[in-house]
Design a protein around this ligand. Structure first.
Ligand code: ASE
Length: 298
């Protein structure tokens, strides 16, 4: 048994090294380690992986063995030779051919989000996103919204789809949506483009990107488009009433600080925005998953 002081130090070390864990995962994905092992007819040695990926033998061996400790790979030793293969986790979530593959989101996090987080201290000082600091691009000169290029926009959209393929279902089950036969998933240039007719407007992972003012404008537009009995389903990670949890929602709110104009919000904050836009009935449901749901009707 270790003392409380030693336990505290262990926890501190785990937090300090957290970024290294992220980078091991990102690098293994970028190099195609999981796809290679999935496509190989049998487990591969480090030298074979290095040869196929065109990577250094030392670096590859270190990366593979670290992935084993992180449960991203498993190793078996046959006549003194270490052979690597995917685990259940990597086969499900990290292999390109899997319908639940999170590869696009991981690449987006590695190439964009991670760089913004390198400027978290400054973001907290300034209270605004760090595109200029991270990429030398002022946010008003971006390709559009938060994207530096069309390729980056596509990677982000595919990444959001990756997450949705795993976390979408529980959200759509949170409410009985049978009163809403025609659902419009609001995306694209929703501040300008006319909204198509629908019974329910789905605003999934949209409001958290924007200031209260912009959210109010968008919700007022949707309210105007809504028929009586129609509504809006907001899908976001809800903060606790006091804002002090859950950790994932707090981290996402910091993520919005470093990357966008927005924030994650509490149920009361969403209620206030929806009520101000004219919605009469607002219900919040926590799903226990990544995303929660708020249904507001006109
Ligand atoms: C946004 C979402 C993200 C804007 C910037 C972002 C994410 C990273 N950067 O709307 C993904 C957040 N994570 C999940 C699981 O959604």
């Amino acid at each position: 048994m270790s003392s409380p002081e030693e336990q505290a130090f262990r926890l501190l070390t785990e937090y300090s090294n957290g970024f290294m864990v992220s980078q091991v995962l990102f690098a293994a994905c970028e190099l195609g380690v999981f796809d290679l092992l999935a496509e190989a007819p049998e487990p591969l040695g480090a030298a074979a992986v290095a040869a196929r990926l065109g990577t250094s033998s030392h670096g590859t061996e270190l990366l593979l063995d670290t992935c084993v400790s992180l449960k991203l790979l498993q190793v078996e030793t046959k006549t003194g030779k270490a052979l690597y293969q995917n685990t259940e986790l990597s086969s499900t979530y990290l292999v390109r051919a899997s319908p639940k593959c999170q590869g696009n989101m991981l690449r987006y996090l590695a190439r964009t989000t991670y760089l913004c987080w390198g400027h978290l201290t400054q973001a907290v000082r300034d209270g605004r996103n760090q595109y200029l600091e991270a990429f030398g691009v002022p946010s008003d000169q971006l390709f559009s919204a938060i994207y530096r290029s069309e390729d980056e926009r596509l990677l982000f959209m595919r990444g959001l789809q990756d997450v949705w393929s795993v976390s979408g279902r529980p959200v759509l089950g949170a409410f009985d949506l049978s009163p809403f036969p025609l659902i419009c998933d609001v995306g694209g240039d929703f501040f300008k483009d006319p909204l198509p007719e629908a019974d329910l407007y789905l605003l999934a992972r949209v409001l958290h990107d924007w200031t209260d003012e912009r959210c109010s404008r968008l919700l007022a537009r949707i309210h105007r488009a809504c028929k009586p009995g129609g509504g809006v389903l907001v899908v976001e990670s809800l903060l606790a009433a006091d804002g002090r949890g859950p950790l994932t929602a707090q981290l996402y709110s910091l993520n919005m600080l470093v990357q966008t104009e927005g924030r994650e919000r509490t149920p009361a904050q969403y209620r206030a925005l929806l009520a101000a836009a004219g919605f009469r009935h607002v219900q919040c449901r926590r799903t226990g998953g990544l995303y929660d749901a708020i249904l507001a009707t006109r």
